[in-house]
Ligand binder design. Structure first.
Ligand code: SF4
Length: 481
């Protein structure tokens, strides 16, 4: 296998990419645009392609959505142009539909209940079929290429006398992952799909309510965390307060994405009732228990693997040491290096400290390996800095299958563990030893039975049937009317 090439994002960041971050607010007497902005700011890690905010003062929905980071899209004057006590926000990484401005969210749709705006995190796997059906049934027209347009149209056109009936109708028809924030001119609606694949939580702020993908966004706003939404739950917030219903078709089985625990959610977010940081420490401890090795220091690949490394070091009774310093300012604007300088990406992002590393046996902890583009260069970099031995432990199992629920993972051909044995990968990345956490160890660490989580990319077994190679741009080619 030749050494992988690719754009800077794959060189400097060999991680799966989550689809989106969503936030909603209903705070009587306040303009919520700034609240939504800071909520999105805390969720920027979930998507960096586009950002959008929609608000209402009670009479009409105003919207601003553009390509770029939250801080690039919104300035004070933009937020001042979005008045209203109610609104939703979205930051996007495209997993279905191209990275185009017209797919930036929130998206607007119109129906018998008036205009709505929708923000979506996840991936609906039957969007192409639904789109064809809705052209027939509702005379819908589509001019974008994202599954969110299908969701927005479905919620706008679905029969029902209240939002719970509408949501029940939509849940019967949508298959896949969808955490949603929806607004009308005077109501805020939050929805978590019946499998609960993507997170969504509820909090209170200044006498009103906020919803967000992660609790870290609530913390950033100074909001009080109330609870995570249940799978299959719809919440409606308006002048009458908060009402909630679980869809009657929701089964006991749920299937939250286990990658939220490993990598996606911020470590300071509560995921499935527990701080992700603590869960990640257990993942690190577990992989060491399964695959112990003698080493002088434990090193995490910063920043995402730090909690796993801390947990592993404690279990191993080997000192955790910062040996690699990460440049925190490497972002998407970084110039793509050419083939001759492909190591430049990792050198720019990470700087090893020779004085800490030289002559030592290192136990390097990575939270996950997708293609191996980062770890191969990190191992090389550590050896060049004088490491005596480099042992790699991965705090999640080998990724052997692609994701269909809103995570951009790479194609099957690019997933190194789908194409090589662990020993072949060890040899390829140049480590002295390599071991991954087992699926059983992963479930032990998250303290859950297998049917509480989706583990599809590690097991090839998904919570609902999926088409094995999904095309992110499938809806670009689908009929528009
Ligand atoms: S396949 Fe993997 S990344 Fe996708 S939802 Fe399931 S656990 Fe998460």
């Amino acid at each position: 296998m030749p050494e992988p090439q690719g754009p800077i994002n794959t060189i400097s960041d060999d991680k799966p990419h989550d689809a989106c971050g969503i936030v909603g607010a209903y705070i009587p007497g306040e303009n919520v645009a700034e609240t939504l902005f800071f909520g999105l700011f805390a969720l920027q890690h979930r998507g960096q392609e586009s950002a959008g905010i929609a608000t209402s003062e009670g009479d009409r929905i105003g919207l601003k959505a553009k390509m770029g980071l939250v801080s690039q899209v919104f300035r004070e004057e933009t937020l001042n142009g979005l008045p209203g006590h109610l609104g939703i926000g979205h930051t996007r990484y495209s997993t279905m539909g191209g990275s185009k401005e017209y797919n930036a969210q929130p998206l607007l749709a119109d129906g018998q209940r008036g205009a709505i705006a929708v923000g979506h995190n996840g991936n609906v796997i039957n969007a192409a079929e639904l789109r064809i059906e809705m052209v027939e049934e509702f005379g819908s027209t589509f001019d974008r290429s994202s599954d969110t347009e299908v969701i927005a149209e479905l919620y706008a056109k679905a029969p029902g006398t209240d939002w719970f009936e509408v949501s029940a109708y939509a849940m019967r028809r949508l298959k896949g992952a969808y955490s949603l924030v929806i607004m009308t001119k005077d109501q805020l609606i939050a929805v978590r799909d019946p499998l609960g694949i993507r997170p969504l939580c509820l909090g209170t702020l200044n006498g009103g309510w906020v919803v967000a993908s992660e609790t870290a966004a609530l913390d950033n706003l100074g909001a009080e965390f109330v609870r995570e939404l249940e799978h299959g739950e719809t919440i409606v917030i308006d002048k009458h307060g908060v009402q909630s219903k679980i869809w009657s078709g929701t089964r006991a089985k749920h299937a939250m994405c286990i990658f939220e625990q490993i990598y996606f959610s911020r470590p300071d977010s509560i995921v499935n009732g527990e701080l992700a940081y603590e869960t990640r420490k257990r993942l690190g401890a577990e992989v060491y228990r399964e695959h112990p090795v003698d080493a002088d220091i434990v090193v995490g690949i910063p920043d995402s693997s730090t909690p796993h490394a801390v947990g592993l070091a404690a279990a191993a009774k080997i000192p955790y040491t910062e040996a690699i310093i990460r440049n925190r300012y490497v972002g998407r604007t970084f110039i793509q290096p050419d083939q001759h300088s492909r190591d430049q990406g990792v050198r720019t992002k990470f700087n090893p400290m020779r004085g800490v590393i030289e002559g030592k046996k290192l136990l390097v902890v990575d939270d996950s390996i997708v293609r191996s583009t980062t770890i191969i260069r990190v191992v090389k970099m550590l050896r060049k800095a004088g490491a005596k031995e480099v042992h790699v432990r991965v705090a999640s199992p080998p990724i052997i299958s692609t994701c269909h629920f809103g995570v951009d993972m790479a194609t099957l051909g690019e997933l190194i563990a789908a194409n090589k044995t662990v020993e072949e990968i060890r040899d390829y990345i140049g480590a002295d030893s390599l071991a991954y956490l087992s699926v059983e160890g992963l479930l032990r660490a998250v303290r859950a039975p297998q049917n509480a989580y989706c583990t599809g990319c590690f097991t090839g077994k998904y919570p609902i049937p999926v088409q094995l190679e999904m095309n992110k741009l499938a809806l670009e080619a689908a009929p528009t009317t």
